[in-house]
Write a protein that binds this ligand. Structure first.
Ligand SMILES: NC(=O)c1ccc[n+]([C@@H]2O[C@H](COP(=O)([O-])OP(=O)(O)OC[C@H]3O[C@@H](n4cnc5c(N)ncnc54)[C@H](OP(=O)(O)O)[C@@H]3O)[C@@H](O)[C@H]2O)c1
Length: 316
């Protein structure tokens, strides 16, 4: 019997945590075991992880004590928050604090915290190129994560700050896939100008996290960014055209137009894309594809991801 290191995974039934859970479970001799944290151990997704060999533990970020119990005895913890399920800066920060405290109380040896850099370092609130949102943020779902980084360091928790990228899965689930215009032609709409957007298959984020846990101390106290590709809107459209077998063009809009689309979070995403566009070099530079591939040799390119997922992309 191998003595395996338990990784407690928040969001194990979701995109990032699910990728990590499946990466560990598909490597039975890797020396790690999965503790999948879910609010509902009976759900189909949780049960599927159990069938693959995960331990299931019920806990909720809104319940501090449940999270402490869920981290107890774990070697590592994958910590992620769920901004889009509440869109509340206060909840985002509170959730991170709960996880940092749970990791401290359990004496976890290695935490990976899925976070972002604070956009206000490059775009202070006085910079009017993009609106200030909720009174004190430029990109709320980035800035609030960054604001929570200190909970881990203040408590002396051994932490790796993982900077993720735009999920290509948003082309499936977030309604960002190709849409038919009045002329009947397909296009993807982004406010990126001719700049490159780091993107990644969501599943690969978890595989990278597994790579970080395997490397262990080398990554503690460090930040690492991951991406499967740095692509312009035009390059993404070309990949869609190639893989979908029909022409898809890049419909470039301004960040202002994007913010005005009116869906919940459009202003936050408009600012995010504008930040990615205006600071292309810093944003891509923080997300080396070579480093990502070292962590996850199976890293997909956009073409490879599209080849596997094109049939799931709704074409409206
Ligand atoms: N979309 C993108 O392009 C993108 C890119 C980079 C980063 N992000 C960030 O990724 C984060 C979300 O991660 P994800 O995409 O992996 O999430 P996700 O796929 O939406 O998964 C959410 C999972 O977390 C669990 N969960 C939700 N609320 C919870 C709570 N209060 N306590 C405990 N578990 C809870 C749910 O599991 P149960 O129902 O089983 O409890 C759910 O399956 C967001 O903060 C977002 O900003 C998104």
């Amino acid at each position: 019997m191998i003595d395996r290191k338990i990784i407690a995974i928040v969001g194990a039934t979701g995109a990032q945590g699910g990728g990590l859970a499946r990466a560990i479970l598909s490597d039975p001799n890797g020396g790690f075991a999965v503790r999948a944290i879910t609010r509902d151990v009976k759900s189909e997704k949780a049960q599927e992880l159990a069938r693959l060999g995960a331990e299931l533990v019920a806990a909720d970020l809104d319940d501090r004590e449940s999270m402490k119990r869920a981290f107890a005895g774990a070697y590592g913890a994958y910590c992620v928050t769920f901004y889009w399920s509440h869109m509340s800066p206060e909840k985002e920060v509170a959730g991170a604090k709960v996880m940092a405290e749970a990791a401290k109380s359990a004496g976890v040896k290695h935490v990976i915290w899925s976070t972002f850099a604070d956009t206000r370092k490059l775009v202070p609130l006085t910079d009017n190129r993009m609106p200030t949102l909720m009174g004190k943020y430029k990109v709320p779902h980035f800035d609030t994560k960054s604001e929570a980084d200190h909970f881990f360091t203040d408590l002396g928790v051994p932490v790796t700050f993982l900077h993720t990228s735009f999920y290509w899965d948003n082309f499936i689930a977030m309604g960002m896939g190709p849409k038919k215009g009045l002329d009947g032609k397909l296009s993807i709409t982004l406010p990126m100008g001719d700049k490159k957007l780091p993107g990644i298959a969501a599943e690969d984020i978890g595989k990278c996290a597994y790579g970080i846990f395997k490397k262990g101390p080398e990554y503690i106290g460090k930040s690492v960014g991951v991406a499967g590709g740095h692509l312009t809107g035009a390059q993404m459209a070309t990949a869609f055209t190639r893989e979908m077998g029909q022409e898809v063009s890049y419909n470039e809009v301004t960040p202002d137009a994007y913010r005005g689309f009116g869906f919940p979070g459009a202003d936050d995403l408009g600012n995010m894309f504008q930040y990615n566009r205006d600071f292309e070099q810093a944003f891509c530079g923080d997300r080396s594809i070579d480093v990502t591939r070292l962590l996850n040799p199976a890293l997909l390119t956009l073409d490879q991801w599209l080849a596997r997922n094109k049939n799931a992309i709704p074409v409206a």
